[in-house]
Design a protein around this ligand. Structure first.
Ligand SMILES: [Zn+2]
Length: 107
C-alpha cells in the first residue's frame, strides 16, 4: 500500500515545528458616511498568520476581543489582529472617537 505524503511536505507522525509562515494582511479604509471620496476616518490593519507547512493558525496573545480604533484588538478566535493605523503625517488622535466594541468572557 502506498501512502501519499501531505501536500505540505509535513510528516504526519511528527509534530510540525512551524518553520515557515503564511501572513495575510488587509488594510481597511473606514470611510465617512457622507463623502465616500474623502479621507477615511480611520485605517485598520487586519493580520492573520498560519504555519506555511501544516496550516495551523496562530493566535495573538495578550489582547482583548473586539474592535477599537484606539488600540489593537483581536477577533473572538484570537487569530486575526485588528490594529488601528494612521499615515505618518497624521495627528496622533487620527481615527480616535469612532465607536468600537469589546467582547468579554463571563464565567
Ligand atoms: Zn506547522
Amino acid at each position: 500500500m502506498t501512502t501519499i505524503p501531505p501536500a505540505t511536505g509535513a510528516n504526519p507522525d511528527r509534530a510540525c515545528l512551524h518553520h515557515e509562515f503564511h501572513v495575510q494582511a488587509n488594510i481597511a479604509r473606514v470611510q465617512p458616511d457622507e463623502d465616500a471620496d474623502g479621507m477615511p476616518k480611520a485605517f485598520v490593519a487586519e493580520i492573520s498568520i498560519s504555519c506555511g507547512q501544516c496550516g495551523e493558525p496562530f493566535r495573538f496573545s495578550g489582547l482583548s476581543a473586539g474592535l477599537s480604533y484606539a488600540h489593537p484588538m483581536v477577533d473572538v478566535a484570537e487569530t486575526t489582529l485588528h490594529a488601528p493605523i494612521r499615515p505618518a503625517s497624521a495627528d496622533p488622535d487620527f481615527g480616535m472617537g469612532l465607536p468600537g466594541f469589546a467582547i468579554r468572557r463571563t464565567v
